[in-house]
Design a protein around this ligand. Sequence first.
Ligand code: AMP
Length: 390
Amino acid sequence: MDTILVINAGSSSLKFEVFSTKDGLTKLFRGQMEGIATAPRLRVNGRDGKILADQKHAPADVPDLPAAMQIVGAWLREKDEGRLVAAGHRVVHGGPDYDRPVRITKEILRDLERYVPLAPLHQPNNLAPIHAILDRQPDLPQVACFDTSFHRGQSLVANHYAIPERFFAEGVQRYGFHGLSYEYVAGRLREVAPDIANGRVITAHLGSGASLCALFEGKSIETTMGFTALDGLPMGTRCGQIDPGVLLYLLDQKGMSPKDVQNLLYNQSGLKGLSGVSNDMRALLASDDPRAAFALDHFVYRIAFYAGALAAALGGIDAFVFTAGIGENSPEMRARIAARLEWLGVRLDPEKNINGELLISKPDSSPELYVVPTDEELMIARHTLKLIGG
Ligand code: AMP
């Protein structure tokens, strides 16, 4: 059996999934090494949820991503589940040039390093496992799938900032992220609701990171994230849209360093910063602290606010789709967001919403409301298989 390894590497965790290429793509198992450098733990689950591995490691043995990659690689070799034919990687930034996934060569890898300044917290982590595999198995085909590619077809009007044009040429553009998720959802919609998929759709990827994407005939025409994954909606710990004047104030008047501001905006803001309670939606929903309630009010308000903006970009909407951790699993948040969209003609069916059905709006609702679970790893596996000629 031939297999494809999909890797999604973050700052402190390395997630992976292994797919069999037989009969299309079948998930065999998924795992993650979390707590890299602090409390490393490798956990792997089979397709049926069965625990295949649960190992704690000493922080000194797993100080960084390459070390995590070595341990994961050793586990995979020992498991010996088929013949690995390719590795597909999630890479957050493809810059202005990469409008589709790409087979990695040493030259391309060097090229992708150019985008580290555009995503300093993510890109180096995404590239580290590619280097590690290249060192150990130089002949294994590797594919990079970018979070930005799906949005590259947006119009110039949409992807410009109103600053002098020379900055655009240097790469200061609105890129947008969560592209693999939106691409997967657009594909699923074509299967389950083809008429809707051909129309005007707003998809809400609501997880630890959160954004909205306006899809017209399955293509991204607008999204709430921009040059970085900080813009748009407030997120678990990221601020979302903020007046750039606030940054000038923090730097000039408060004497904060760029590093301090970066930490504030990426790690201390959003739901965590507003509530002072948690960045985790489940904890906020369970909390009776009024600050948690306020953070949720703000989150819902901003989602509805941006939904209005994206509806304007689309010239109306035919469907609103929920996906990712919060969108897929929280009937309460879906109901609160739907209530704010009633002015658009949205009518939620409370029972279907509680049951988490695919279509959760009433028959007279226009736009319709959907819940479509995302699968970024499967999207990466598909692209990888395609690029290696499968
Ligand atoms: P993701 O980044 O897509 O994994 O989503 C993570 C977010 O989804 C976290 O804020 C979780 O609290 C939230 N989440 C996961 N399950 C639930 C649930 N059952 N109810 C509410 N929020 C959830």
